[in-house]
Design a protein around this ligand. Structure first.
Ligand code: BDR
Ligand code: CA
Length: 307
C-alpha cells in the first residue's frame, strides 16, 4: 500500500505516548522518518530510554534523536504522578535499542529530514514544544517544508496542569507561543478531545488477550493515572495520531489561538478565540469535539494491527 504521509514524532513517553507510537508505527499509511525526544513527562534521559525500549519491544528501526533537556526559559515540571517515576511504569522491558540514537541533536535531525525529503513532512508533537520552537527559530525556512504540525496540547477551557493550562503547553509556554505564532499549518488536538478519548474496561479486556502489544499496554495502563480504570483512561496523545488517520471522527474549527505567557496564575493557558474578540487571522485548526465511540473502535483496530 502507498505510504500516505512522512512524519516525525516528537515525544516524551509517557504511557499515552506509547499508545500513540504503537498506532503510528503499525499503520501502513504513515512513514515515520524520525523520533525526537523532549523533557516532559519525566527527564529527557528517561523518556529517551523509554522510547528505545518500545522500539526494541517491536524490533522497529527508526532513528531517535535526543532533544531538549529543559524548557526554553523555565524550570522543568514533570508528570511522574501520572506516568510513574520512570515515565512508563508497569512493564518489564527486556532491552533498549541504543543503536538507533543519532549523533546530532533532535533539532538538527528534524531539519535534515525536512530539507532532504522531496515531499513535505508532517510533525506530530505529543510533548512540550521546546524542540519544535527551537527548530522554527533556528531554521525558519523549515516552515515551508512542514506539511502540517499536529500537536497534542492546549485546551478550550479548563486545564490539567493548572486551572486553565494543559501539561504540554504549561511545561514550556514560551516555546508554545513561538510555535503558535510561527505561521506553520498547525492543528491543535487538545484536552477537549483528549479527555473524551477514553479506553474503558471493555477495551482493556479486549486488548489484554489481543496480542503482545495489547498485553504490554494493559500492564502500562495499570500504572497510568490519566483518568481512572473505572471511569476510563484518557488517550490524549493517541488523539493526535487518530486525527492523522481518521480525521472524520473530529469536529474542527479554524481560529486564532494565543498562548498566555505573562499571567501569574494562567501561564500556559491557550486562549482559543472562537468568537474573534482579538480580531486576528486564524493560526490554527482546533479539534473541538470527538466521536467517542469511533475513537474507541479506532483504538481497538490500531492495537490489533500491532505485533
Ligand atoms: C499530555 O501530558 C502528558 O502527560 C501526556 O503524555 C500528554 O502528552 C496531556 O496533557
Ligand atoms: Ca506526551
Amino acid at each position: 500500500m502507498k505510504k500516505l504521509r512522512k512524519i516525525i514524532i516528537d515525544t516524551d513517553p509517557g504511557i499515552d505516548d506509547a499508545v500513540a507510537i504503537a498506532a503510528a508505527l503499525f499503520d501502513e499509511r504513515l512513514d515515520i522518518k524520525l523520533f525526537t525526544t523532549v523533557a516532559g513527562n519525566v527527564s529527557v534521559d528517561k523518556v529517551t530510554k523509554n522510547l528505545l525500549k518500545l522500539l526494541a519491544f517491536w524490533n522497529k528501526d527508526v532513528p531517535v534523536a535526543i532533544g531538549s533537556d529543559r524548557p526554553l526559559l523555565r524550570e522543568a515540571i514533570n508528570a511522574s504522578d501520572i506516568h510513574g517515576s520512570t515515565g512508563m511504569d508497569g512493564y518489564e522491558f527486556p532491552e533498549s535499542k541504543y543503536e538507533l540514537l543519532t549523533k546530532n541533536h533532535a533539532v538538527i535531525e528534524m531539519y535534515k529530514v525536512l530539507m532532504d525529503s522531496k515531499e513535505k513532512t508532517t510533525i506530530v508533537g505529543i510533548g512540550p514544544l521546546t524542540n519544535i520552537a527551537l527548530l522554527l527559530r533556528i531554521y525558519p525556512e523549515c516552515v515551508e517544508r512542514i506539511e502540517e504540525l499536529v500537536i497534542m496540547g492546549g485546551s478550550l477551557g479548563r486545564g490539567n496542569q493548572g486551572a486553565l493550562s494543559e501539561f504540554n503547553i504549561a511545561a514550556d509556554p514560551e516555546a508554545a507561543k513561538i510555535v503558535f505564532e510561527s505561521r506553520v499549518p498547525l492543528t491543535m488536538v487538545g484536552l477537549d478531545v483528549g479527555e473524551k478519548a477514553l479506553v474503558l474496561s471493555k477495551e482493556r479486556e479486549e486488548i489484554q488477550k489481543m496480542n503482545r502489544t495489547g498485553n504490554m499496554i494493559d500492564h502500562l495502563f495499570k500504572k497510568y493515572r490519566g483518568g481512572s480504570l473505572d471511569k476510563g483512561l484518557k488517550m490524549y496523545d493517541g488523539c493526535a495520531i487518530a486525527y492523522l488517520l481518521a480525521p472524520e471522527m473530529f469536529e474542527v474549527k479554524e481560529t486564532y489561538v494565543a498562548v498566555e505567557t505573562q499571567g501569574t496564575l494562567t501561564a500556559g493557558a491557550t486562549l482559543v478565540d472562537l468568537d474573534g474578540y482579538l480580531g486576528k487571522v486564524a493560526n490554527s485548526r482546533v479539534c473541538v469535539d470527538i466521536d467517542e465511540q469511533l475513537f474507541r473502535q479506532w483504538f481497538l483496530e490500531a492495537i490489533e494491527k500491532c505485533s
